[in-house]
Design a protein around this ligand. Structure first.
Ligand code: 13P
Length: 238
């Protein structure tokens, strides 16, 4: 299975960040990475300005969210169809930072269906908090989150396992924790769906994480803002 390296810039991105795809391609040229897919998910405002540069650098564009309807009176929202018009191919859904703002698995499921209908690929995020992990309930919690978030989805999708306690903390899940959780997720979604790991992935730990069975790529936050780091993480996929 081709590995997938995704950068989630979150709410970071000055106008000059638009040129980062070119910088990435200089460090890790497209002809040397046929075995990988690279995706950048900048703030939506930067997407139009990055379309051409991403195409030239053989990097795909992703969005960090979208609405589950096509259009209407939903102030501040963006639809999957609008994103498609700007060459977006992937949409991150149900990131824990959005779930913390009240997004439910039911909403994530509706969004995933809409994203699929537009022939884009949803990247559905799941992950437990520390309390749930310490209570020994992490596998059960993540399984339920997946079942609700992909409820009736029958097209291609991606799962990103991002333990909340590992996001932006510098604390990465142990290799054993990652392996065990990915085995559980694999049992639910079958052999053909990619499973990414996210949570404090950096240039030091990427190679070890990417070697773990059932880790088909990584979802990188902070380290994806620096193209030298992001390219090194991608190279670590082998
Ligand atoms: P960090 O890599 O900054 O921990 O963020 C992970 C993440 O939330 C990616 O979606």
């Amino acid at each position: 299975m081709k590995k997938l390296i995704v950068g989630n810039w979150k709410m970071n991105g000055e106008p000059e960040c638009s040129s980062k795809p070119t910088k990435f391609d200089e460090i890790y040229p497209s002809h040397a990475r046929d075995h990988l897919d690279i995706v950048l998910c900048p703030p939506s405002l930067l997407i139009p300005g990055m379309m051409e540069l991403c195409r030239n650098a053989n990097i795909q564009l992703g969005s960090q969210n979208c609405h589950y309807l096509d259009k209407g009176a939903y102030t501040g929202e963006i639809s999957a169809g609008m994103l498609k018009n700007f060459n977006v191919k992937f949409v991150i859904l149900g990131h824990s930072e959005r779930r913390a703002m009240g997004e439910t698995s039911e909403e994530v499921s509706l969004k995933a269906i809409k994203v699929s209908e537009e022939d884009l690929t949803p990247i559905v995020c799941v992950g437990e908090n520390l309390e749930i992990r310490n209570a020994g309930q992490a596998h059960k919690f993540v399984s339920e989150q997946i079942e609700k978030s992909i409820a009736t989805l029958n097209k291609d999708f991606i799962i990103a396992y991002e333990p909340i306690w590992a996001i932006g903390t510098g604390v990465t899940a142990s290799i054993d924790d990652i392996r065990n959780m990915h085995i559980e997720i694999r049992k639910i979604i079958g052999p053909d769906i990619k499973i990414l790991y996210g949570g404090s992935v950096n240039i030091k730990n990427a190679a070890d994480i990417l070697k773990v069975e059932n880790v088909n790529g990584v979802l990188v936050g902070g380290a994806s803002l620096d193209m030298v780091d992001f390219a090194f993480i991608a190279k670590a996929a082998g």
